[in-house]
Design a protein. Structure first.
Length: 257
């Protein structure tokens, strides 16, 4: 092809593809999400708390009051029938007493129809308070938000590492110049508390530290790796793995669950 010849369509298409590929692989900010395990764990516990909350409300508002009424009716009807049966052994009952006997028998039959052979016992004095505070308040009012709020907070306020190295947390933004080190002593450690092996700490110029937790935050290991690789390129890769670690040791680069 001469220098003045128009490029072929295939070459033009290749150039467009190459430019698009280069753009696709351009550095991009790393943004955290919520780990699938954490998401489904919290959703599961939130649903469980909601079920216990509804169950407690049903017992508190419907079942226990109904049981209190039925047990009172049962005891009154039983006492009335017993009293009138003893009275009938000594003298005939009048019309009012016969009506009371019939009403008592009707109440007893209705209770037996609902409860079978089980006698409705009067609930203990602590039954309703327990349903209120343990299940309605503890599980429903407090438990559900306790597991739902971390999901909302993690989605609304993620961690973000910008292309220029700025670290944005839910509470502050830190420039690369303010990050003097990263404490990787617990990251992938084989000893000590397993939960802490998912974490690293960014050390700031003023001595403060920022905890980076990969257990609950998806892609946090990429942020940890990017910072660790920038500060210690001979020790850590961009994926937060030790440089030079053989494939057989990949398990050692994965935080313990």
């Amino acid at each position: 092809m001469s220098r003045f010849q128009k490029p072929s369509p295939s070459r033009e298409g290749f150039c467009v593809w190459a430019r698009a590929l280069q753009y696709t692989h351009a550095p991009m900010a790393i943004v955290t999400g919520i780990q699938p395990f954490t998401l489904w764990r919290n959703v599961g516990f939130a649903v469980l708390c909601a079920v216990f909350g509804v169950w407690g409300w049903y017992d508190y508002a419907i079942k226990i009051p109904r049981l209190e009424v039925d047990s009172a009716i049962y005891e009154k009807a039983k006492d009335t029938r017993s009293t009138l049966e003893k009275l009938a052994e000594t003298k005939p009952l009048d019309d009012a007493q016969i009506k009371q006997m019939e009403d008592a028998k009707k109440d007893l039959d209705g209770i037996r129809a609902r409860y079978g052979s089980t006698v409705p016992a009067k609930p203990a004095v602590y039954d309703r308070p327990m349903q209120l505070w343990l299940y309605i308040v503890g599980c429903g009012v407090l438990g559900v938000p306790m597991f739902v709020w971390p999901i909302i907070r993690t989605r609304m306020k993620p961690y973000r590492l910008e292309d220029d190295g700025t670290l944005r947390t839910p509470s502050e933004s830190v420039s690369p110049a303010d990050i003097v080190d990263i404490d990787m002593s617990r990251w992938c450690s084989q000893t000590g508390d397993r939960r802490s092996t998912w974490t690293a700490k960014v050390v700031l110029q003023d001595g403060r530290t920022i905890l980076l937790d990969d257990h609950d935050h998806k892609n946090m290991h990429l942020i940890i790796g990017a910072i660790a690789h920038r500060l210690h390129p001979d020790t850590w890769t961009l994926e937060a793995k030790r440089v030079g670690a053989p494939p057989a040791d990949d398990a050692a680069n994965t935080p313990a669950s």
